[in-house]
Design a protein around this ligand. Structure first.
Ligand SMILES: [Mg+2]
Length: 242
């Protein structure tokens, strides 16, 4: 249990995007299946082998932690497809997968409807920000699609000039933008890079959620608390639970 004083000191929440606001498995499962089928050129048996090679169960579309599908970039995914039987040429395959993944950003499935949650947290006095390894444009697009852009005070993508996770820059940028010490910030994310960024910036709390590819076993030692999802935040911060 997190000490009361540290919870009460929190004035702002910095969210990761994929796996935190966006449900990783429901959003990326169908996209990675489509990518595998594309690389297999419609050969379903090969497509299933490619899904397994990437780290995803072809029946459940659940991706395991720290696999190529969970953590790799497009080139690494193309390479593993080719190593396991795709006969497509490397560079065109990378370009086609990139196009598929960009279009997939529009299909992200939020963990919960974001507007009511953000309104509740904002109404309780918390300032809100986003820190993602995606581009700032993609983050802002999500905020508009979800109708929460007016409730978010800060956005940092990999291209916003704050550095990348697990460096502390995005959290320090949030702190500076709000004029709050990092001890007043709770970092919320689904993987170790998020927790390590929060620690590096000396955030007041580092909270892990299980809507990405991480597990309790992997995240408990890195975080102050592990929550099932962002839906638990209002109760976590409420005086009732304290
Ligand atoms: Mg994430």
């Amino acid at each position: 249990m997190v000490e009361i004083t540290r919870r009460r000191a929190i004035r702002a929440i910095l969210f990761d995007k994929d796996g935190t606001l966006i449900d990783f498995q429901r959003s990326w499962g169908p996209v990675l299946q489509e990518a595998s089928r594309f690389a297999a050129e419609g050969n379903e048996a090969l497509a299933r082998r490619l899904m397994m090679a990437g780290g995803m169960n072809p029946d459940t579309l659940i991706t395991a932690a720290d696999t190529i599908f969970a953590a790799g970039n497009t080139a690494e995914i193309a390479d593993i497809f080719r190593a396991h039987g795709s006969i497509l040429s490397r560079e065109p395959l990378i370009a086609d997968l990139d196009r598929l993944f960009v279009s997939a950003a529009e299909r992200g499935v939020p963990v919960v409807p974001l507007r009511p949650l953000f309104e509740e947290l904002s109404g309780a006095g918390y300032r809100l920000g986003l820190a993602s390894s995606d581009s700032e444009t993609a983050i802002r697009r999500l905020l508009v699609l979800e109708g929460v852009d007016d409730l978010v005070d800060f956005v940092a993508g990999y291209d916003s000039g704050h550095g990348v996770k697990p460096e502390p820059g995005m959290a320090l940028g949030f702190s500076a933008a709000l004029g709050l010490p990092t001890s007043a910030i709770a970092m919320v994310g689904d993987n170790r890079h998020d927790m390590r960024m929060g620690r590096a910036a000396q955030c007041g709390l580092c909270l892990a959620v299980l809507t990405g590819t991480g597990t309790v076993e992997r995240l408990a030692s890195e975080s102050d608390a592990v929550l099932a999802s962002i839906a638990e935040l209002p109760v976590f911060f409420s005086e009732r639970s304290i």
